[in-house]
Design a protein around this ligand. Sequence first.
Ligand code: ADP
Length: 276
Amino acid sequence: MEDIEHFAKAMKLIDADGRRLDGRKFNELRPIRIEAGVLRRADGSAYMEWGGNKVLAAVYGPREAHPRHLQDPARALVQCRYNMAPFSVTDRKRPGPDRRSVEISKVISEAFSSVVFAEQFPRTSVDIFIEVLQADAGTRCAGLTAASVALADAGVPMRDLVASCASGKIDGVVCLDLNKDEDNFGDADCPTAVVPRTGEIVLLQMDGHLTSDEFEKAMDLSIDAARRIYDLQRDALRRRYSVTLEDILKESPPVPSPMQPEGRLPSEDDFGPEGI
Ligand code: ADP
């Protein structure tokens, strides 16, 4: 244990030029890719790569809530199950729910409960499934961001998308979007989820310690990043639903060719006696 603590203290996470171990500046995000509508069976879905994280989100509903005693006569339940695949981390993770995944599922459900128009769908549930295929810190933010796109893909009425990002402190510097080494050996991590249009915070957690100044800096970084992530979410939905001229041509029946089936041009004999 002392060895690990000594190693963590000796490890430099930011170099003299202010660059982090992966070359990023303090306010840079890891590369992000979002695809909407990647699963056939779910009502809505999304796949997301965020740095070393790979996450799938699937949504069903609103559908009749089961078991029935859970039904709320006034509104829909918004339920989330966050799960990490056994192969998502370096050492095999024990399959099934654990304290951490139950906590993450709960905070994500609560975040979405405040944006979904749940009162329009009494006695139903909106079920969100988040599967982490590969983890590299920030999986709850990636899961929440992907789930938000999956909810929109499912057509669930919401006030807005939710975009999520974490900021933390490494080597005493407040930085955006910590990766696994920074999360392990850094001083603090603060995941946040925002409704970008209103600036409302729907998830806020903290692991470690930040002074109030550092906390404000971290929030500024996360909220600014959430706006950039919001653009990527909308772009993923636009790519899924925008129709190009090529798509229209693919869908429409083929234009009859003046060539005859044998490949010859029509002759006078092919027309009636009136020449029509
Ligand atoms: P988040 O993934 O939202 O940052 P944590 O801070 O709890 O959540 O976890 C940080 C990282 O630690 C995860 O992304 C993952 O890479 C790793 N991790 C979490 N749980 C386990 C586990 N049971 N086994 C191995 N690595 C884990």
